[in-house]
Design a protein around this ligand. Structure first.
Ligand SMILES: Nc1ncnc2c1ncn2[C@@H]1O[C@H](COP(=O)(O)OP(=O)(O)OP(=O)(O)O)[C@@H](O)[C@H]1O
Ligand SMILES: [Mg+2]
Length: 298
């Protein structure tokens, strides 16, 4: 049985066994904590999760910087109704510093727009790499949490950023294609980069049971085929028409409808992230993070 058909049979099987992953102790803590938000399938809610989680984390007293690492469809600025003049390309070329590129939301969350700057990571010159490394080091003292909004899928850029982050939040919905694509992403990450831990966030659910079923499906597949990988259940976001309206209004749902079910869910998830121990694969700093990204492109 190949992996895909194996997964399909698991997807179609009702009898899931739920394994609660053991939580490793945090190890030495590094500031800032770099968290990537990623998915196999596109359009499952990464950008909205990053934007709303950033606001919720900020409300918990955390200094948050968002890095838009989605090369093709960089759009985190849209839900904050911002129009950044500069993006990461200007930092890479040395025209601007990271601080000049950064735009602040009214909550105090800082955003670094992606644009096409990250498109050719493999072709950066030595000087351009140095610009990135040196500039990212300046985030060290100004952020507690860095959230990376990655593109969807298993393109090399997505993999680089996920591999370099401390933690990787995978978003899936109930749609079977989203589940199989999430599995494919985790498989590639574990095989190519040795990534062992993932956190699952199930979006657009109509009940908690929906989310648990998605988790059980993926966790069962991982248990069978990816022995070294641990998938932790982070939580779920309900299907919420208010979130859709917020997007149409170029807003985050946390701003547009703070009492809505999805806003509440983002608050809960932010608390869980802050309270949970960090599983560090290695110790380092933010410059080290960018170095890991750049090293992995070679
Ligand atoms: N919890 C939710 N309830 C209802 N609709 C949602 C929810 N989450 C996301 N959506 C819908 O899905 C759309 C896409 O969300 P978003 O842009 O965050 O996805 P994405 O994963 O970042 O997409 P891409 O892969 O294109 O970057 C939103 O504009 C919204 O209409
Ligand atoms: Mg997006």
């Amino acid at each position: 049985m190949d992996q895909a058909s194996g997964l399909r049979s698991i997807v179609n099987n009702d009898s899931f066994t739920k394994k609660v992953p053991t939580i490793a102790s945090g190890g030495s803590r590094r500031v800032p904590r770099v968290i990537s938000v990623t998915s196999g399938k596109g359009g499952v809610g990464k950008t909205n999760t990053v934007g709303n989680l950033a606001i919720a984390l900020n409300a918990l007293g955390k200094r948050v910087v968002i890095v838009d690492a989605d090369v093709g469809l960089a759009n985190i600025d849209i839900i904050f109704n911002l129009r950044p003049k500069y993006n990461i390309s200007h930092v890479i070329s040395g025209e601007r510093t990271l601080h000049e590129v950064m735009v602040k939301t009214h909550h105090g969350v800082n955003i670094i727009a992606g644009g096409s700057g990250f498109a050719n990571l493999t072709q950066l010159t030595h000087g351009e790499r140095l610009n990135l490394l040196t500039e990212f080091e300046t985030l060290e003292n100004m952020a507690d949490i860095i959230l990376l909004d990655t593109g969807a899928g298993i393109s090399s850029n997505v993999l680089y950023f996920n591999a370099a982050a401390d933690e990787c939040i995978v978003i899936a919905t109930r749609e079977p294609t989203s589940i199989t694509d999430a599995y494919a992403l985790m498989k590639v990450m574990s095989q190519e980069y040795g990534t062992k831990y993932f956190k699952l966030l199930v979006n657009v659910v109509s009940s908690k049971q929906d989310a648990k079923n998605v988790y059980a499906t993926l966790d069962t597949a991982i248990g069978r085929f990816l022995k070294n990988v641990v998938l932790e259940y982070l939580g779920n976001i309900p299907s919420d028409p208010k979130l859709q309206k917020a997007v149409l209004n170029r807003s985050t749902v946390m701003d547009y409808a703070p009492e809505s079910p999805s806003s509440r869910a983002f608050e809960e998830i932010a608390k869980k992230i802050v309270d949970s121990p960090i599983r560090l694969s290695s110790d380092g700093n933010i410059k080290f993070f960018m170095k890991k990204v750049l090293d992995s492109v070679n």
